[in-house]
Write a protein that binds this ligand. Structure first.
Ligand SMILES: [Zn+2]
Length: 154
């Protein structure tokens, strides 16, 4: 499926999800929680999708000058396999980003820069970080679902 089609179908899925949630009163979120979820969903639709397993994909190009950070990822994962599994695929990308973040933190700590601010930021906002990740995961699941029903993995 094309990048553009994935964006459209993800928007449709998001609309349906919000409608179902509102209609059946499943989760009672505050505005800020909706926004955080929406940002996660937006990232999972435009920037962190299963198609990062192709280095030449549109989503990779969306990273512009930072595209290179996904080169090792695209070499480790064959297109349409593990990266296209709904939960494990998304987790592989999150773990990959955390590893990169870890390396950056190690380097900054090595050069004596203060990193406790980041830790405090995480400790105080971890519920929102989880909500952000859930938004990303659902957007990625929607991508995989559309790939499966259209049987074109691109
Ligand atoms: Zn795909």
């Amino acid at each position: 499926m094309l990048y553009r089609e994935h964006v459209l179908s993800n928007l449709l899925v998001l609309t349906i999800l919000l409608w179902v949630n509102d209609h059946f009163k499943i989760l009672d979120l505050i505005i800020l929680q909706y926004v955080v979820f929406g940002v996660g969903y937006w990232i999972g639709t435009f920037f962190i999708t299963p198609d990062l397993d192709i280095y030449d994909s549109k989503v990779n190009k969306a990273w512009s000058s930072f595209r290179f950070i996904w080169y090792p990822y695209s070499q480790c994962f064959r297109h349409g396999r593990t990266s296209h599994s709904p939960i494990v695929g998304t987790l592989s990308r999150i773990i990959y980003l955390l590893l990169l973040l870890g390396i950056i933190l190690l380097i900054t700590t090595y050069f004596g820069l203060e990193t406790s601010g980041y830790r405090q930021l995480f400790n105080e906002n971890w519920q929102y970080i989880i909500l952000l990740l859930v938004g990303m995961i659902i957007a990625n699941i929607s991508h995989v679902f559309m790939d499966v029903i259209t049987k074109q993995r691109r």
